[in-house]
Design a binder for this molecule. Structure first.
Ligand SMILES: C[S@@+](CC[C@H](N)C(=O)[O-])C[C@H]1O[C@@H](n2cnc3c(N)ncnc32)[C@H](O)[C@@H]1O
Length: 266
């Protein structure tokens, strides 16, 4: 009998690495073609095309190299297991009462939903995601297969969108999310946070991890103070790019500077 093994895929899709590698190969072929086939009478055009193909080749090769490095850093099968550390670190902030319900906004391949379900076996975790073409290897079936492989039965996965959550106010005892809102362009990130907190019950806990840099999220210290003024308790904005989940250097290399965990109780 083949043993079931979860496959959480990778935040850097293999297709992206292949695309940049193909771009580098095509550019190299174009450079060689121009060098060999164009005659010197078209000198200006020839050197222009050579510069262009060389620049495209170097750019694509550098991007492919970075993606490959990131892929190994994030991989659940690699040495560093950065995704696993972030997921488990975020899940460690989540406590759901017996018989309660938690929501994972943007569950991807189900990693955080399942990690929270494992830590809270007497509660139910629901993971929602629109599962679009950008993260093409993430889908509902992948989430369900991962839950099965992990031997977890207290999860449910559905299509949904962080912009407008299809749940009434105060439906959940916990709300979690990891690296989702920064992907949602054209929407105020603090409004997205408020929408997630809308569905949290009074007394419920939240642990939301993302790249909360000022350029993306605006003034988060002010946001934290607003939550406290509304009666939220133990609200903390914890930087995770200074050693908690990753080192400062790692965050810089992985374009994750500004990563922070917003946690507390409604
Ligand atoms: C970097 S992945 C993280 C997945 C998962 N949270 C994890 O930690 O493995 C980003 C996820 O955000 C999801 N996403 C993008 N736009 C979304 C939206 N409007 N609402 C909910 N999820 C969204 C993507 O489909 C993708 O699964």
């Amino acid at each position: 009998m083949t043993e079931l093994k979860p496959d959480y895929k990778n935040w850097i899709p293999k297709g992206m690495i292949a695309l940049f590698a193909a771009g580098a190969a095509v550019s190299a072929a174009a450079y060689a073609g121009v060098s060999l086939l164009m005659n010197d009478e078209q000198k200006a055009m020839k050197s222009g095309l050579k510069i262009l193909s060389a620049a495209a080749g170097i750019g694509c090769a550098a991007a492919a190299g970075w993606c490959l490095y990131g892929y190994h850093q994030f991989s659940y099968d690699g040495k560093r297991k950065l995704s696993k550390q972030i997921i488990e670190g975020t899940a460690s902030y989540v406590n759901i009462p017996k018989g309660g319900k938690g929501l994972d906004v943007g569950c991807g391949s189900g990693a955080l939903t399942i990690a929270c379900a494992k830590r809270n076996p007497h509660a139910k975790m629901i993971g929602i995601d629109p599962w679009g073409p950008v993260y093409a290897s993430f889908n509902k079936e992948r989430c369900e297969a991962n839950a099965k492989a992990e031997g977890v039965t207290n999860t449910e996965f559905k299509k949904g969108n962080a912009i407008v959550l299809d749940f009434p106010d105060e439906s959940f005892d916990a709300v979690v999310s990891n690296y989702v809102y920064h992907n949602i362009s054209g929407h105020n990130k603090q409004d997205l946070l408020k929408e997630s907190l809308r569905v949290l019950k009074k007394g419920g806990t939240f642990a939301i991890h993302d790249i909360m840099s000022r350029e993306r999220y605006g003034d988060m210290e002010k946001f934290v103070n607003e939550l406290k003024d509304e009666g939220y308790e133990d609200v903390q904005l914890i930087r995770t790019d200074r050693g908690l989940f990753m080192s400062k250097a790692e965050a810089l290399c992985m374009f994750l500077t500004g990563s922070a965990l917003l946690t507390g109780k409604k």
